[in-house]
Design a protein around this ligand. Structure first.
Ligand code: DAV
Length: 341
């Protein structure tokens, strides 16, 4: 059996990374980048040597542990990242494994991330990557000179993004798998055109990478914009996506359901995301999907589509920058046809 094998976002999850909150620091990033992507009321938090509030980190660690145990209880093998002292090295955290690595088929592809503050993040996953490679996975290093800064190229020709095209940059969370030959994604403040070309070259001719038309001035990661639930069914963010514009691409013919508008909330604060992080779900198998415990409208919606929502408290993890999809990295999903009926 392949050690790494995931071609979509919904087949039964058999093996996954679940992040850890240990030592989480506000990533100290270029001010222009912070202003382009982060909520205005929290811009001043993103400075060097500034940890997240310890009570949030502690509570997030517990939420992640509960998630790991729940997945294990459902028969999924769970790996946890290595503890890295981010406060000493500079960095962010290992709570969001979805951002740095893209799994497609038997490949684990390293993302040449745009954020300087996140360049050492792979330290947290290196022991696991070595283990996976020894047992047969293809580990594709980025081979991009990360000393070249995509910010140095100045704004892109459209003037729309914080990065230029000075070197290839992409974050794995700007992409989603729709099948063995299809990845969809977006350009964003962390993914440039040369980054998309780099990813296409990594995945090879057998995989098409489609860029979706997304309306999001703060775009950074597509997993609070589109959430595939099963073959042919996806939730979309009605503020960012016009489903009529998706008809010609790989989502043509899919049933696209608008996610409910998230409730306003500030406790704990969403330091790094919009409230749409509510739709950052993890599909565990053809039936079960992880949803934040208090997102009842979303739970009812999933229920009406024949799925079983698994409500789990996750607000402290969300405060660190992502929800169930961000905080995990699928290593193996069993690809077989959904049961009929
Ligand atoms: O607010 O759309 C959520 C995803 C973060 N990895 C947002 C970003």
């Amino acid at each position: 059996m392949a050690v790494v094998g995931a071609c979509d976002e919904w087949s039964p999850l058999r093996e996954s990374v679940v992040g850890i909150a240990y030592g989480a620091m506000f990533p100290a990033e270029d001010r222009g980048m912070v202003e382009a992507t982060m909520p205005r009321e929290h811009w001043d938090e993103f400075r060097p040597g500034h940890p997240f509030p310890p009570w949030i980190v502690e509570a997030a660690e517990q939420e992640l542990q509960t998630l790991a145990e729940l997945l294990e209880g459902m028969g999924c093998v769970v790996h946890r990242p290595h503890r890295v002292p981010w406060s000493e090295l500079g960095g962010y955290c290992a709570a969001m494994p979805r951002d740095a690595l893209l799994v497609m088929g038997d490949r684990v592809v390293e993302a040449p991330m745009a954020w300087r503050s996140r360049r050492r993040e792979l330290l947290a996953y290196r022991p696991l990557l070595q283990q996976l490679r020894r047992s047969g996975a293809r580990w594709l290093r980025s081979e991009v000179d990360l000393r070249v800064d995509p910010l140095d190229g100045g704004p892109s020709s459209l003037g729309r993004w914080a990065i230029g095209d000075a070197r290839p940059a992409w974050d794995a969370a700007d992409f989603l798998r729709l099948g063995p030959d299809t990845v969809v994604g977006q350009l964003s403040h962390v993914t440039n055109r040369s980054g998309v070309a780099h990813l296409r070259a990594r995945l090879g001719a057998g995989v098409s990478v489609y860029l979706l038309p997304v309306r999001d001035p703060h775009a950074m990661h597509i997993d609070a914009t589109l959430c595939p639930l099963r073959e042919g069914l996806a939730l979309y963010n009605p503020e960012r996506i016009d489903p009529a514009l998706l008809a010609d691409g790989p989502l043509g013919g899919w049933e696209l359901v608008p996610a409910p508008f998230p409730d306003a909330r500030d406790d704990p604060p969403l330091y790094m995301t919009s409230p749409w992080v509510s739709m950052n779900l993890l599909v565990v198998d053809h039936q079960h999907v992880l949803v934040e415990a208090r997102d009842e409208k979303l739970q009812a919606l999933l229920d009406s589509y024949g799925m079983t929502p698994l409500p789990l408290p996750f607000r402290n993890v969300q405060a660190l920058g992502g929800s169930f999809h961000c905080a995990t990295l699928d290593l193996r999903r069993d690809r077989r046809r959904a049961p009929l009926g």
